[in-house]
Design a protein around this ligand. Structure first.
Ligand SMILES: [Zn+2]
Length: 462
């Protein structure tokens, strides 16, 4: 399978994942995972694992899902799926990096291309459907059972699993890449132990990762021998990672009982004698969960306790401040949001929070200006396009609002929905509802043609 064909197949799968209700673009979590992912990509480039051809052709994008299962999976074309359940069980960034590096290596070693090539009697459409079916099966056991009742379908899905040799190769190269990226090799070993323990308990339901990456005794033995070669410096968990894992846990356990349990952990008398990282994780999760249950006073008290625990730790303080701003925005206190975060920030979490506050407090023109600059360099940021759309709406610029909405669909590869919006915008121009915005009208015509040809190309790939 050529890299071009693999990329197109991957787009097909990614497009569906973007539309999945579990898909989550949380700026705080995305920024953290991206930080690790970019370090790994750079190391893979430097080591020659990531060739310039694949680097250019593939997406190299991590898509997060808010499922609580422990799962990560490499998709064709350089897309990577990561469930928040996995993020929430990692003790440090080295453990998270080890999983991402292993998946990255499946892609750079062309394991996926080899698996897909075995399916050459299938059309791309069918392979994509099979992959999506296998993914759905990892989340909801009942949906999976329904999808897999057909014997041949099940057999095909099993062929999509990596071989033992591929697993060992992804372990070996993944370990090399993460170490070169500056992560502690211990992370690979402790994450491996964690997965192996779950494997012994036969906890495949909560750990679907094990089904696609079985913990064979050979893999374990190889890991053990490599562990002896690795320097034995203990991995120090950071407050930042602990808080990120706490955030992932809240988002992946949305039920009221689960949220109450998370809040309850902050009341435990023994909490103050726990290590500082644990305290930060519990208080961060509890404040976020309280806010989600609309208990403002409790959230405020927990934020205060969190501030005391993270004092002196810059990364921890920043996450606590972002959380306070997020909660203030939720409560409509836009003045407080703008005191906490800067609209001129170059960091996406701060920027998006501040600009939302601006749009809501009658400063939509300023927000629109800043967002235009942002999407000019980040055209794939669907969240920014949607916010820009609401900034235009707030100023009565309906035509521009519809175009920004269309661009958000393009960013998530949904060309049909995008074309629909572009056509709606063209209709507005025809009816003279364009406010004489001739520049915008001509941009819309050009973009509509481009997206139309992307859509036609897609239809031919079946
Ligand atoms: Zn694997």
């Amino acid at each position: 399978m050529t890299s071009g064909a693999e990329r197109k197949l991957g787009e097909r799968v990614a497009r569906e994942l973007y539309r999945d209700p579990d898909y989550i673009d949380d700026p705080v979590l995305v920024e953290y995972v991206q930080g690790i992912w970019q370090r790994l990509l750079n190391a893979a480039r430097a080591r020659g694992e990531l060739t310039s051809e694949l680097d250019e052709r593939f997406a190299w994008t991590v898509l997060m899902g808010k499922d609580r299962t422990v799962n990560a999976f490499a998709l064709p074309g350089g897309w990577l799926g990561l469930q928040l359940g996995l993020v929430s069980v990692t003790a440090n960034d080295d453990e998270l990096a080890s999983v991402l590096a292993h998946e990255l290596s499946h892609v750079t070693q062309r394991h996926i291309a080899r698996l897909m090539a075995q399916e050459k009697q299938q059309t791309p459409l069918m392979i994509a459907a099979m992959l999506l079916g296998a993914l759905a099966a990892t989340k909801n056991p009942q949906a999976g059972a329904a999808l897999m009742t057909g014997g041949p379908a099940l057999a095909m899905q099993q062929q999509l699993n990596f071989s033992r040799d591929m697993e060992r190769e992804a372990d070996r190269i993944g370990l090399g890449v993460m170490t070169a990226a500056g992560f502690q090799p211990q992370g690979f070993v402790t994450m491996f132990d964690k997965l192996q323990q779950a494997s012994r308990l036969n906890d495949n339901g909560a750990y679907p990762y094990l089904r696609t990456h079985p913990m064979t005794t050979e893999r374990a033995a190889e890991m053990q021998s490599r562990q002896q070669l690795a320097p034995q410096t203990p991995v120090q968990p950071t407050l930042q990672h602990a808080m990120i894992a706490g955030r992932a846990r809240v988002f992946s356990n949305p039920g009221v009982d689960a949220q109450r349990a998370i809040v309850g952990e902050a009341d435990a008398a023994a909490l103050s004698s726990q290590p500082r990282v644990r305290q930060a994780q519990v208080l961060y999760g509890a404040a976020l969960a309280s806010a989600r249950m609309h208990d403002g006073p409790a959230a405020a008290r927990l934020l205060q306790r969190l501030d005391a625990v993270v004092a002196g730790d810059a990364a921890g303080q920043r996450l606590a401040r972002l959380l306070a701003a997020e909660i203030a925005l939720d409560q409509g206190d836009t003045a407080r949001v703008l005191r906490l975060v800067d609209a001129d920030s170059k960091s996406r979490p701060e920027l998006l929070l501040a600009l939302q506050a601006q749009v809501q407090s009658g400063h939509a023109a300023e927000a629109a200006q800043r967002l235009q600059t942002w999407v000019a360099t980040q055209p794939r940021d669907a969240l920014a396009w949607l916010l820009l759309s609401s900034a235009y709406t707030a100023q009565g610029q309906a035509l521009r609002a519809v175009r920004a909405e269309a661009e958000a669909r393009v960013a998530q590869l949904d060309y049909a929905a995008a074309l629909d919006r572009f056509k709606a915008a063209q209709d507005m121009v025809r009816k003279g509802q364009d406010g004489n915005d001739h520049i915008e009208a001509s941009i819309i015509d050009t973009r509509a043609r481009q997206v139309d040809s992307l859509l036609k190309e897609q239809a031919l790939e079946r």
